[in-house]
Design a protein around this ligand. Sequence first.
Ligand code: SF4
Length: 180
Amino acid sequence: MIDIKPENTPEGVEGTGYFATSLDKAVGLARANSLWPLPFATSCCGIEFMATMASHYDLGRFGSERLSFSPRQADLLMVMGTISKKMGVILRQVYEQMAEPKWVLSMGACASSGGIFDSYSVLQGIDRIMPVDVYVPGCPPRPEQVLDGILQIQELAKNETRRRRDSPEYTTMLEQYGIK
Ligand code: SF4
């Protein structure tokens, strides 16, 4: 009999022919390793993201090669580039159309804080209109940093309980953004 040991399994009880764990951990592992990003790229950070997707860095190694341009079939919103206040309305609509559970990664100085564009027309950080899970600093961030950001999102997805999205704290946080 071949004794096959699974790699990167969630914490559990192992024995020959069986593996016991909690449903939360199994679901977390599946979610973390099959994130479907929606790239919302408006300017130069988007080019850096293209490099992250290409063969040298290959985001597909982390289970995220399937980009989605439909909010209903994505669970990771990646915002990259300068977001004008007019564009913020569209971005917010995209966020609201995504089903739970969903995560948001803000890539680069512009998306995170407006960057060098401290002007009347530019949103000074997307966290003014939606909750952000991970910020990737830089102008632009290197692909390695983007990969690190994705790994951090994976950690969040892996360790999030299935009940979190139904909790009063989560509802209150969304209400602060006017999201019902
Ligand atoms: S952070 Fe820098 S590289 Fe990224 S969109 Fe802004 S100006 Fe461009």
